[in-house]
Write a new protein. Structure first.
Length: 187
């Protein structure tokens, strides 16, 4: 069972950076400060993907389907599980869910600390030669709730026996069944 949980922080978009420059200039903050903020906005990649890579423990599948079609299927399957989607970009091949609280099934997750029950799913779909997609999937929780640290630095992959991992495996199982592993026939 899932409970919706609001994110602790969100990243700034290029649009909000432009507004910051305009506010700084209007307040008399000077051109050098405005230029520094503008330069950082100019470096924004214009993508929904985060500025970090998946964790090394992420699950990787190569599927027989384009990244666009695969990420759409992932979106359908994760929402079927009752998980809200925060960011979904077909062109970028990226999906990130809201932070959700996992309510343990029976007593299996009774040993989890409260912050270990709040998780986020992320999926990256990248092209591979021959109309295939590499799907990289992670489900993370925060190892600590220290607001002074950047969010990504405190995220770790949930352990294999975590209830969120079971949700991830159900989603990936359905996607694998739909598209088949590369090199296999699609079922």
């Amino acid at each position: 069972m899932l409970q919706e949980h609001l994110p602790i922080s969100t990243s700034d978009s290029p649009r909000s950076s432009k507004r910051a420059v305009q506010r700084l200039r209007a307040a008399g903050g000077g051109w050098s400060a405005a230029l520094a903020i503008g330069a950082s906005a100019a470096c924004a990649p214009g993508t929904a993907r985060p500025p970090f890579h998946p964790l090394p423990q992420a699950v990787i599948d190569t599927l027989s389907g384009s990244p666009e079609v695969v990420i759409r299927e992932v979106q359908a399957r994760i929402t079927d599980e009752g998980v809200g989607v925060r960011t979904f970009e077909v062109v970028d091949g990226f999906l990130e869910t809201d932070w959700v609280t996992i309510v343990p099934e029976e007593n299996g997750g009774a040993h989890l600390e409260p912050h270990e029950r709040v998780v986020r799913f992320r999926f990256w779909a990248d092209p591979v030669v021959g109309q295939r997609a590499k799907l990289t999937s992670e489900v993370v929780h925060r190892r600590t709730l220290d607001p002074s640290l950047p969010e990504r630095l405190v995220e770790i992959m949930v352990p294999p026996d975590h209830d969120a991992r079971k949700i991830l495996e159900r989603v990936l199982g359905a996607v694998r069944q739909q598209f088949g592993q590369a090199g296999e026939g699609v079922s």
